[in-house]
Design a protein around this ligand. Structure first.
Ligand code: OAD
Length: 236
């Protein structure tokens, strides 16, 4: 870096189901959320897959259909503008593709991607899935195809990469997650002390953690305002 040149700040956005709520996709733990309608143990665990794969597939077929019919909202779109001024990494727990469809370039999916499938034997080869996965659908290695999602009871393969990004960030924005599910929820502890930390959620999440500035409201209300503020501050 030459003298006087400004170093580009690193922003990490940790997003959860709440950022896609205003695109019409249900969250998990709000009233009326998915875990009120479905028993998590029957549809989102590795044991459920072994016990009743058809039920698991139908749950994810439904999720895929809803994602395909959803559109990115103002919060997904606003985040893209940050990339002109900052080095931005989006770490999402969401399996939808709304960050990518709005144009974000560096998106890490901690819990997988519903529009992809893979062999039950390996995740080395991924397949685009636009409709259903059926029992008997095989990957090229002859094993049954499954959704490329992470189930409870499985490793979260992208954790190392996510933790590295958070350790190096100057600004952390946590949006639309109840921070109930580990290891994703624990990522915030890897954030450096000096980083500015914002939390966007209509509810009072981790309000005891004083280093977070809680912007209470929905993602589409608060993200565009925060993005504007961060860009203005970076230009001054
Ligand atoms: P949750 O359903 O647990 O939390 C959603 C959060 O979004 C809550 O804190 C809500 O208050 C907030 N919220 C609701 N509407 C919002 C809006 N319009 N704008 C902003 N925030 C809003 O979802 P996650 O924390 O993402 O994992 O759930 C984490 C993981 O649990 C998921 O990835 C999934 C689930 O079980 C797996 O299936 C492995």
């Amino acid at each position: 870096m030459s003298q006087g040149e400004k170093q580009i700040k690193k922003i990490v956005v940790l997003s959860g189901a709440g950022i896609s709520a205003e695109s019409g996709l249900s969250t998990f733990r709000d009233s009326g959320g998915l875990w009120e309608k479905y028993d998590i143990n029957n549809v989102a665990t590795i044991d459920a897959w072994h016990r009743d794969p058809e039920l698991v597939l139908s749950f994810y077929d439904e999720r895929r259909k809803q994602v395909i019919n959803a559109e990115p909202n103002d919060a997904h779109v606003a985040l893209v503008a940050l990339e002109d001024y900052f080095d931005v990494t989006i770490i999402t727990q969401n399996i939808d593709d709304l960050h990518e469809r709005s144009g974000s370039k560096h998106v890490l999916h901690l819990h997988g991607e519903i529009l992809k499938g893979r062999s039950t034997n390996t995740d080395l080869e991924l397949y685009t899935i636009e409709e259903k996965i059926k029992i008997g659908d095989q990957a090229s290695d002859g094993y049954q195809m499954r959704p490329h999602v992470v189930w409870f009871g499985e490793e979260v393969p992208k954790m190392g990469e996510a933790e590295k990004a958070i350790r190096q960030c100057d600004i952390l924005i946590v949006v639309g997650t109840s921070l109930n599910v580990y290891p994703a929820a624990g990522l915030r502890y890897a954030c450096p002390e000096h980083a500015d930390k914002f939390l966007i959620d209509p509810n009072n999440i981790i309000t005891t953690e004083q280093q977070f500035t809680h912007l209470q409201g929905t993602a589409t209300e608060k993200i565009p305002l925060l993005v504007k503020q961060l860009i203005n501050n970076s230009i001054i």
